[in-house]
Unconditional design. Sequence first.
Length: 126
Amino acid sequence: MSGSDSSCHWLRGAVRSGLVSLWAGVLLGLLAAGALSGCSPVQPETASADGIAFQGRIVNLEFEGGFYGIVTLQGERLNPHRLPQECQQDGLRVTGRYRELPERLTVQMWGRPVEILSIKPLGQER
């Protein structure tokens, strides 16, 4: 019997004895416990009860049916829920505050879903 045959023999024995199933169950249990623990990411320092402050530029994105997003000065992509009509202008510079919506799912698969709490145009430069 060669060295590779003995390692295969050990693996076959582990599978037959249920050792692999046991470890898979333990791993799945740990993953589920972590998911249900209620841990949430730490908010940036600019977060407050009034939301997170931002400055950025409105971008018109032509995929997934077309929508408007915001790219902040720091390069973050925000996917605003219900962006006001007056701000739906590609290239418009804006400032405001938002609240993250981690539970919200979108079809766009772009940016972080947010609720705009306040927004104000700064001017229009393209």
